[in-house]
Design a protein around this ligand. Structure first.
Ligand SMILES: Nc1cnc(-c2cc(N)nc3[nH]ccc23)cn1
Length: 287
């Protein structure tokens, strides 16, 4: 269920960092189509040689992405296996991960943030309709294809990246470090990764988007992160009560009580009206 890409048709450029058991590089792939040579920018995601046992999970994540297509889902061109290298070849998304963009950008408008939140909710709704759980929703896995001019309010465009190695394959410490994105029920039983888990992660991602891309609970060690769940804590809530309500609905410790995607989208739409007028009032006060 994969397009196999020949290793010699790939070029590695600069390293762009790493994920869980993976290293990522900017690169390009060469296609000869109807006699013409096409060079495409790609993101090359290499599985660490010492985690070869995860290769099925590595490719399973990618195959999930290539069996369905949606405008806000990252395009996976295929995989390339050569000697000890397992490489996933993805579309290169120009402006990279949302968390880094938000940290760099600092002030983007409320409508810009709500736009991104709605796009994420729409792709989650699409996955929910296909009963597909992503399992790793977070701002780091939201890629910015279009910045949108934050001041001029032209809209951003995001793509949801692949979930990476399945959480059942990750060590306990790696899973603990994903608190508060990973749903509490996944800690006890990672194999029980269900649709509701993505709702919980959506809540944590919403928190990131409205807190300048900073990681929630950053700086807490794994022990304190675990206590956060054991004592049923919630993330620090925004003064904007409707937003805080939506985040805490998504981050309900009872999976069944989390809202459906349709409800999330409905609540985001009403946030747009209340949020932008709040912003207008705030701006007027400044004048
Ligand atoms: N599928 C993907 C994933 N990441 C990127 C990307 C783009 C960029 N400008 N800086 C980066 N820094 C790290 C990753 C990255 C692109 N495409």
């Amino acid at each position: 269920q994969f397009h196999m890409i020949k290793y010699e048709d790939l070029r590695w450029c600069e390293s762009l960092g790493q994920g869980s058991f993976t290293r990522i590089f900017k690169g390009s792939k060469i296609d000869i189509r109807d006699g013409e040579r096409h060079v495409t920018d790609v993101l090359l995601k290499e599985l660490d040689a010492n985690h070869k046992n995860c290769w099925e999970s590595f490719f399973e994540a990618a195959s999930l992405m290539s069996q369905i297509s949606h405008k806000h889902l990252l395009l996976v061109y295929g995989i390339s296996v050569h000697r000890s290298k397992n490489v996933m070849v993805q579309e290169f998304v120009k402006f990279g991960a949302l968390d880094l963009f938000l940290k760099r950008e600092g002030s983007v408008s409320v409508s810009w943030k709500l736009d991104v939140a709605k796009q994420l909710a729409s792709v989650l709704n699409f996955l929910e309709e296909k009963n597909i759980t992503h399992g790793n929703i977070c701002a780091k896995n939201l890629l910015l294809a279009r910045e949108g001019d934050a001041s001029q309010g032209s809209s951003p465009f995001i793509k949801l990246s692949d979930p990476g190695i399945n959480v059942t394959m990750l060590g306990r410490d790696v899973v603990l470090d994903r608190i508060p994105w990973v749903a509490p029920e996944v800690l006890e039983a990672p194999e029980r990764l269900e649709l509701e888990c993505d709702k919980w992660s959506f809540g944590a991602t919403l928190w990131e988007i409205f807190n300048g891309g900073q990681a929630p609970l950053q700086g807490l060690d794994l022990e304190r992160k675990l206590q956060f769940y054991e004592t049923y804590k919630q993330l620090p809530s925004s003064e904007w009560t409707e937003l805080a309500d939506l985040i805490s609905q998504c981050m309900n410790y009872q999976p069944a009580f989390r809202p459906s995607c349709r409800s999330i989208i409905r609540q985001l739409n009403s946030l747009i009206t209340s949020g932008t007028s709040r912003e207008l009032i705030a701006v007027k006060k400044l004048q």
